[in-house]
Design a protein around this ligand. Structure first.
Ligand code: HEC
Ligand code: HEC
Length: 379
């Protein structure tokens, strides 16, 4: 039975909510990935995308008519015929449900979407040391760049794929005049077939799922220590961890985390204290004995011994011979900060490009995370 003449009710409300939530959470994740300091939001949007993807997969087995995978048309000759017919017969008949192109489209979104989600959560654990996979950081941090590339390139691919989809829908809308754009809004498609019906139970389960997804999104956005974004790198009090380092080297500037530079750099810095960035530090300032203790501490905890991402990325970016005397003198640092106007570093609120803590909150306590980046308002 069809409720409306010439139209089939194909997409019940919850199916439409899933469709638009997947689409919008993907766009929101993409946009929020463009600025490092929005990482927390990026992960939260990614969470919605992830839960909705899982839901869509369950829907593919237990959902209403037209949404289930067994109604998908995956035969390649059907796919070819679909495009041939599109060209030869502008006013062809449209069957309700997924056509061969949209069947393939959906499967590919689910497949690559899942890879994006899995690589994203792994990346957050392995590179940022946060969330459910944080425990993998120490063991797998050296794979962070590969994981990042997988996550990023597949996301670009999916974006391109979505654009193809939108182009297809627009061709339907304006060339074939099937009013396809509004099918996912109203639920009705100008097509042939039976109306879809959805059971009460299916509806309730869907809305509970949607509520959990949105509820947990709000929870993630508003908390730091939730299971999805909980950081494992905790602030270190260098006064307790190494009193001598903290008092001797925390006098003119705050303490720099030892993982910030490779041990050969610390070696060089400690040898050149008599000309330390224009300051002369003498034996009377820091005794020989303390210098040895400090250098031991710095070398034992240097970048090569750390799974922190900035340590790994720095070491990875240096040539074997290269021994930078400062983080700010490395290409990695320059590259990461090239979008920042140099006058910002000289402003009163920042003071010096070497005062990392002005923008990387908590850096003097060894914490480095994108969520903690904020450039002070210098006006
Ligand atoms: C007398 C003051 C003074 C003391 C003591 C001092 N520093 Fe410095 N340090 C400076 C100055 C000045 C700079 C350049 C940045 C700035 O203008 O603050 C600097 C920069 C650095 C940098 C480079 C930061 C970057 O990436 O640009 C490192 C690393 C550093 N100091 C380590 C140490 C260590 C290790 C000790 C202890 C052995 C130490 N400092 C003690 C004055 C000092
Ligand atoms: C004026 C503020 C400011 C100062 C000072 C500053 N940074 Fe940054 N830093 C930023 C911003 C903003 C970004 C993100 C830039 C972007 O994504 O375009 C960033 C990015 C980085 C990154 C790249 C992270 C990644 O994911 O690869 C590293 C590493 C870094 N900063 C380290 C440092 C260190 C170490 C210092 C001190 C020696 C420092 N920064 C000083 C603002 C600052």
């Amino acid at each position: 039975m069809n409720k409306k003449n010439g139209k089939v009710f194909v997409w019940p409300t919850c199916t439409r909510i899933i469709h638009w939530t997947i689409a919008l959470s993907f766009v929101a994740s993409f946009v929020s990935s463009l600025n490092k300091s929005y990482l927390h939001y990026h992960v939260a949007f990614g969470w919605i995308f992830a839960t909705m993807l899982i839901y869509r997969i369950i829907w593919g087995f237990a959902g209403p008519r037209y949404a289930t995978f067994n109604t998908f048309k995956l035969n390649l000759s059907d796919l070819r015929w679909y495009f041939q017919e599109k060209i030869v017969d502008r006013w062809r008949k449209i069957p309700a449900g997924h056509n061969p192109a949209s069947s393939w489209f959906t499967l590919i979104v689910l497949f690559f979407g899942s890879i994006i989600v899995i690589s994203g959560f792994l990346l957050y654990g392995i590179q940022e040391g946060g969330g459910i996979f944080a425990f993998l950081n120490v063991k797998y941090y050296m794979h962070m760049i590969m994981l990042f590339d997988i996550h990023m390139y597949i996301s670009y691919f999916l974006l391109a794929w979505v654009i193809v989809h939108i182009a297809g829908v627009l061709i339907e809308q304006f060339y074939h005049k099937t009013n396809m754009v509004f099918a996912m809004v109203t639920g009705y498609k100008k097509a042939e077939g039976e109306d879809s019906d959805i059971t009460f139970l299916c509806n309730i389960v869907s809305y509970i799922f949607i509520a959990i997804s949105f509820g947990s999104f709000l929870y993630i956005v508003n908390t730091d220590d939730n299971i999805i974004t909980k950081p494992t790198f905790v602030p270190i009090d260098y006064r307790i961890e190494h009193k001598i380092y903290s008092t001797e080297c925390g006098d003119c500037h705050k303490t720099y985390p030892p993982y910030m530079l490779p041990s050969r750099s610390w070696d060089r810095i400690m040898k050149d204290l008599d000309n330390h960035f224009g300051e002369e530090i003498t034996d009377a300032n820091i005794s020989r004995q303390n210098r040895t203790l400090i250098l031991n501490y710095l070398s034992n905890n240097s970048a090569e011994h750390s799974s922190n991402k900035i340590a790994f990325k720095l070491v990875n970016s240096l040539d074997n011979e290269e021994t930078p005397k400062a983080f700010t003198k490395t290409d990695y640092w320059r590259e990461a900060h090239k979008s920042i106007n140099p006058s910002v570093f000289k402003s009163k609120k920042v003071g010096n490009k070497a005062y990392c803590w002005s923008c990387h909150k908590g850096f003097e306590n060894g914490v480095f995370s994108n969520e903690k980046i904020s450039i002070p308002d210098i006006k």
